[in-house]
Ligand binder design. Sequence first.
Ligand code: COA
Ligand code: AMP
Length: 624
Amino acid sequence: MSYKNVHLAATSNPDQFWLEQAKQIAWFKKPSLGYQQNSDGSDSWFADGELNTAYLALDAHVEAGRGQQTALIYDSPLTKTKKQYSYQQLLDEVAQCAGMLTNYGVQKGDRVLVYLPMIPQAVIAMLACARIGAIHSVVFGGFAAKELAVRLDDATPKLLLTATGGLEPNKTIDYQPLIQEALDLAQHQPSAVLIWSRPEIPLTAAFDLWQDALQQASPASFVRLKSTDPLYILYTSGTTGTPKGVVRDNGGHAVAMAYSMSALYNCHVGDVYWAASDVGWVVGHSYIVYAPLIKGCTTVLYEGKPVGTPDAGAFWRVCEEYNVKLLFAAPTAFRAIKKADPEGQLVSKFNLASLNTIFMAGERLDPATLAWTQQHTNKLVVDHWWQTETGWAIAGNPLGIEPFPVKPGSSSLPLPGYKVEILNHVGQPCQAMEQGFIALKRPLPPGCLQTIWKNSARFESSYLTQFPGYYASGDGGYLDEEGYLFVMGRIDDVINVAGHRLSTGEMEAVLSEHPSVAECAVIGVQDELKGQVPLALVVLKDGVYTCAQTLEHELIAQIRAEIGAIACLKQAHIVDRLPKTRSGKILRATLRKVANKEAYSVPSTIDDPAILEEIKHQLTDASA
Ligand code: COA
Ligand code: AMP
């Protein structure tokens, strides 16, 4: 079937289409129901189906005779370790870990917080939770103690799984004081903290030792779960200071994972699939752990960077060494490689014969990075657009259905199941080529968020009320005459820093705690390497006189301490006042244009038009 026909089938009769796709996975009880909206407003798929996601990812392959096939390759240039797990070995480790969780009283529906670096225990812990029906919530290792505390209080986990620390080029991050600080800050206390002792970072905390606890456990079998039982909660930045706990189900997710591996990535049993992301992000959940394993592929867990571990040839070395068929990473990683190896000399050192396609996501793939990657690798390079909320791509090049020519700047076509429309501010459809809000007509396909953890009202207000009948993506863009989607960026207060999604509202809340700050605005400015970086404009309290440099250092330190180094706040400028509407709303969109040195028109609602010129001059003076 052509892409057009498949897309039409999925949008005109979603239940029939997805019940057919659901046959790809081994249910314990096959579903007869498709999409349903629950009374609390949450979404569900395949409500009467029963399955277990860890069974699909491991046991089903062993039962099918693939026990000796490599399931997981761990490659860590940071620790100089390489290790491979067959499906049988990974299953044994996961079952043992599941038994350990059971010994700690973890049961179906309990939450387990996972704060781990890129080591196999992260994958094992996630699958062990899935095996016994516990809901994991993985927190990215780059987040500071306060972020961890917020998640502890929201998810109220029974157990916290962690390690002695993570490694970054030229430094180690000792997690132990950080975990203790998070526990001190949080209201909710898990009943135990289990710590994996890494040889590189000494154990100092008095938490229970994971290695010992494993010895005392017996392997646990998988449990039967309802399709709608939550598999995980993953927190993501919204426009306010409090992160949103995206809830993902078991059944819809498994079907979407399996479907996307073939329809979008054209990957099948035995292929080596490498998502060079982190398990703490949605890309890591979906395409390091679940989708490749559900599909019976080999997945790569890479603890390293695109550059500096040891050089810009690292990605190509991994592709050659493990016969990677598909590489998926953020454009920022390729910009870093391009900067270090502009002529592609390191690319040509490696044999990339196995590599078919390079997929990118996390931010818009800029045409210059696309061109460099195409030129130096000679591979098909595909941009695809998605979000933590959707769990898999909304738009992309459906290689397993019908490959389309690549258009620079576009993430290609809406995938089957997604009805993408461009709406203006009153919810009317835009013409082709006209920019507007990117909205998805409901129902969303399987795999997308069910709701926000313990907050269905926030699910409604964040996504469903702006355009009734649609999911508002928070991104702006347009469709061209051929139906290609061009995503131009967030239209809310979320920014993307090196492929990491961060909330400027959250940064503003942190900066406002500083005793000298009366008010502030944080905006995203363009950055050659990271795509965007935050810039803070602060107004001092009356009567406060402080050295601008000292204040800047203090504010930067505050963001690092409360959100984490990944926020990458490097600039904070004191300004006399901020531009506001007459009703007192800060004009952030206009500020963004001023800071990015783009042309701007003075909004008619502005309180005092002179402020914009003042800020423009202050920023020019500061950068001089
Ligand atoms: N744990 C602890 N700290 C972390 C961390 C982690 N997992 N990841 C990053 N950090 C820290 C870094 O050490 C750095 O700290 P510093 O300011 O003290 O030096 C800071 O956060 C910023 O790190 P990073 O964003 O990695 O910037 P960089 O300049 O070191 O590297 C890139 C730039 C482009 C190489 C890097 O950002 C990168 O690999 N990006 C790809 C991101 C990605 O895959 N995103 C997934 C989305 S699909
Ligand atoms: P996250 O939830 O961390 O995956 O971030 C999702 C956001 O990243 C989206 O809402 C977009 O703003 C941005 N994004 C992800 N992929 C792309 C892409 N291919 N093109 C443009 N923006 C993207």
